[in-house]
Design a protein around this ligand. Structure first.
Ligand SMILES: *[C@@H]1O[C@H](CO)[C@@H](O)[C@H](O)[C@H]1NC(C)=O
Ligand SMILES: *[C@@H]1O[C@H](CO)[C@@H](O)[C@H](O)[C@H]1NC(C)=O
Length: 757
């Protein structure tokens, strides 16, 4: 029996797996022969006088059996036909078999699936290597014929099994194509065991061009159909897909208009409604030169919806999309080269990119354009910002007639807008007036150039007359000093000081600024809102013995004022107070009284009252110590009767108008004749000091009379002085009253000491 161990065949070919035998005594007696072909252990064909086959294609040539040839014939070999075949022959009593391995091979094919590149852009070339078997394969890429080294920057995918059992891979190589590469040939080469020599596919690059895209849309009107156009141009090759999306869902009504082979417009007919606020419209372009689609977006953003009426249309239309360009920094000035001024204008968030900006200067007689330079910047939301700058000679700004004007117009704007070089508006401090205290009004101006600024002051009186105010005896207006800032503009503060009196007329101050950049002077006023504490805090005593504190605030507007009372060192205790508003006169200003009632107690002090009005920069307050209470004891002179030695007499001292009563102390003191020593007098057998009797007066204050009873003697009292000392918490110190040196008459008094009677 003869059969090879291996047999090879190409996929799709007709295979004859050889198997022959010889016998000692030919010819073959068919009746003694039995034959069996097995494939992977299962029977595919048998012969026992008759052919029996379980394989749809396998057969043997029965006519050749008698020559000992039982080769198995399989037409159109498939990968699945590869494997171990067994040929088994039984002749008479003999039995023999052979195993044959059938290898099916399939040679690869190369298809270049991508050779579109863009000059000087990293591009990928791709080849599909398909239909090979077995799996092992070797792929290489070459540039410019055989002589060069293979390209290194390539990948081969993992093999994919095809339904027919063969394999496919994809290989990609990344290159940076140059202009010269247009004339070179590239090659993909594959080695495989089915091939006697490598397979190669030579090709030339195709040079493509990226598409550019831009959305154009003019003003949009509510509920009116209009066209949104996505322009796409400059691409090669022609095959391209352009789609519109609304909030990432595809619009199927997009119409494509070809302009020429490398430009088209994708048109979407759109009727905007109120609901479209926040909608994102995008145009997506897919092209072979792009690895990701090119996207252009419009956002329906009603940030600054401007309402305007269109000609011939009765309806009011709302422009929904891109807000008008926002002027972020109106006009910037900076000094650059000596004597040159750089003017710049910043505009933000506009779309589309085109915007017209023009600068000119006006000298009064003539207008002249100034050349400027624009810098554009694209924002992440695809809107644009622009900065326009120009230079002018600095000295020209000192001419009051000279003006710099910048104008700009964007298609979202109805009309040109313009700005002129201006000083920044002055700030003005509110006018807060306290009688007999110096009041200061400030006017600050900043951001101007050049430093030729004039500030004039005016005052308005109660009759609403405006009167100029100048530096003099009543008002103090120091020269302004103009300070150069880091942006080379100037800042200055003009101050006005005066001391209001109770018959002051000032109701309002006006600060007027003149500058060459201003067509007309600008003014700022303190406003009529002035806060005045006309009267000090008042205290009165109630019947109950409590103290009513009141604060009177006048002439403020608007009528809200905040007045709080607190007590104690740390001001933590708020005292309940009542506010009463009083409208007066012209009703443009208001007065208020805040009142609170307190029980007299030393721990309440200091007492605080704070008032704050919106016209005041800072709250004001008054701190009240116990000594600020008005009920200070009034102490009369000591009344001394005629003193007769040895007879009872009384010295008295009247004390009035004090409150409260319980802390009043009276001490009697005595200064001995010719001595310097002063000693307190205490009650003893010689002096009697009765307790004080406080008597409440009609005005709820107290009064009392202090007594000192004694029997004078020449020895002890002649020439002595008595002192009545009164102490009270409302007093800063003690009050003392003193007698003259006492005269004492009587028998034992030497004549020389007896006054002339
Ligand atoms: C195609 O049209 C675009 C847009 O109108 C134009 O810029 C371009 O030059 C045209 N190209 C050709 C090849 O005519
Ligand atoms: C689109 O999406 C935005 C943001 O999520 C949303 O505010 C808006 O309502 C959506 N518009 C429509 C029409 O779906």
């Amino acid at each position: 029996m003869v059969a090879p161990t291996f047999h090879r065949a190409r996929m799709g070919s007709d295979v004859l797996i050889p198997c022959t035998f010889t016998i000692d005594k030919p010819s073959v007696d068919i009746w003694q022969l039995a034959l069996s072909w097995r494939f992977q252990e299962s029977k595919v064909l048998g012969f026992d006088n008759n052919i029996s086959s379980t394989h749809p294609r396998a057969s043997i040539n029965t006519a050749r059996i008698k020559y000992g040839d039982v080769s198995l014939y399989i037409p159109n070999a498939m990968i699945s036909d590869g494997g171990i075949y067994k040929c088994l022959i039984i002749y008479s009593t003999e039995r023999q078999n052979k195993e044959i391995r059938l290898d099916i091979e399939a040679p690869p094919q190369i298809t270049i699936t991508k050779r579109l590149v863009v000059t000087n852009r990293q591009s990928v070339l791709r080849a599909a290597i398909t239909g090979f078997y077995p799996v092992d394969i070797n792929v290489k890429w070459f540039k410019d014929g055989e002589t060069t080294e293979p390209l290194t920057n390539y990948t081969v995918s993992t093999p994919q099994r095809n339904p027919d059992g063969t394999y496919s891979v994809t290989s990609m190589v990344t290159i940076m194509p140059t202009e010269e590469d247009k004339h070179r040939s590239f090659s993909c080469r594959v080695q495989h065991e089915s091939l006697s020599e490598p397979l190669r596919e030579d090709f030339h690059l195709i040079y493509g061009a990226f598409p550019s895209a831009e959305i154009t849309s003019s003003a949009f009107y509510l509920n009116k159909e209009q066209e949104l156009i996505c322009h796409v141009w400059g691409f090669y090759p022609e095959s391209i897909t352009v789609n519109w999306f609304l909030n990432s869902s595809l619009v199927d009504s997009t119409k494509t208009r070809w302009i020429n082979s490398s430009a088209l417009e994708a048109v979407y007919k759109f009727t905007p409604t109120e609901k479209n606020q926040g909608l994102e419209l995008s145009c997506e372009v897919e092209h072979d030169t792009l690895s990701h689609p090119l996207v252009r977006k419009l956002l329906v953003e009603g940030k600054v919806p401007s309402v305007f009426v269109q000609h011939n249309l009765t309806m009011v239309s709302v422009s929904l999309w891109w807000p008008l360009p926002i002027v972020t920094r109106p006009l910037q000035l900076s000094l650059c080269d000596p004597g040159e001024v750089l003017c710049s204008l910043n505009l933000e968030s506009f779309y589309p990119k085109h915007i017209d900006i023009s600068w000119s200067c006006d000298t009064g007689q003539s207008q002249k354009g100034i050349s400027s330079q624009e810098k554009y910047q694209e924002n992440p939301d695809q809107s644009y910002n622009a900065e326009s700058a120009c230079k002018i000679p600095g000295d020209s700004l000192k001419d009051p007639e000279f003006k710099v004007i910048v104008r700009w117009k964007h298609e979202t704007m109805e009309d040109w807008e313009s700005k002129e070089l201006r000083v920044r508006d002055p700030d003005m401090s509110p006018l807060i007036v306290q009688l007999n205290q110096q009041a200061t009004v400030k006017c600050t101006v900043s951001g101007y150039f050049p430093d030729v600024l004039t500030v004039t002051w005016f005052m308005k009186n109660a009759r609403q007359e405006t009167i100029p105010v100048s530096n003099g005896s009543k008002y103090e207006i120091p020269e302004i000093s103009q300070e150069k800032m880091s942006d080379n503009t100037y800042t200055c503060t003009s101050t006005l000081c005066f001391t209001p009196t109770s018959n002051s007329e000032e109701q309002e101050f006006i600060c007027r600024i003149s500058h060459p950049s201003l067509e007309e002077p600008i003014e700022r006023s303190t406003g009529p809102a002035t806060t005045k504490v006309t009267e000090p805090i008042k205290f009165s005593l109630c019947e109950s013995g409590e103290v009513l504190c009141s604060l009177y605030v006048s002439k403020f507007n608007p009528p809200n004022i905040n007045i709080t009372w607190t007590s104690g060192r740390d001001q933590t205790n708020k005292i309940k107070a009542v506010e009463k508003f009083i409208k007066i006169g012209d009703e443009k200003t208001h007065d208020a009284i805040s009142e609170c009632t307190i029980k007299w107690d030393q721990s309440l002090f200091p007492l605080h009252v704070t008032w704050k009005h919106e016209a005041m920069e800072e709250p004001e307050y008054k701190e009240l110590e116990i000594t600020d209470f008005p009920w200070i004891p009034a102490v009369g002179e000591i009344s001394v009767p005629a003193l007769l030695a040895g007879s009872e007499c009384t010295m008295t001292c009247d004390i009035n108008n004090y409150f409260p009563d319980n802390n009043l102390t009276v001490t009697w003191l005595k200064k001995e004749k010719e001595g310097h020593e002063i000693t307190p007098v205490s009650s003893n057998e010689y002096y009697q000091i009765p307790d004080l009797q406080h008597v409440k007066q009609q005005d709820h204050t107290y009064s009392c009379t202090a007594h000192l009873d004694f029997k004078p003697s020449y020895e002890s009292d002649y020439g002595a002085e008595f002192i009545c000392r009164v102490e009270h918490p409302n007093l800063k110190g003690a009050i003392e009253r003193r007698t003259e040196p006492l005269q004492v008459t009587g028998d034992d008094v030497p004549l020389s000491h007896t006054p002339y009677l």
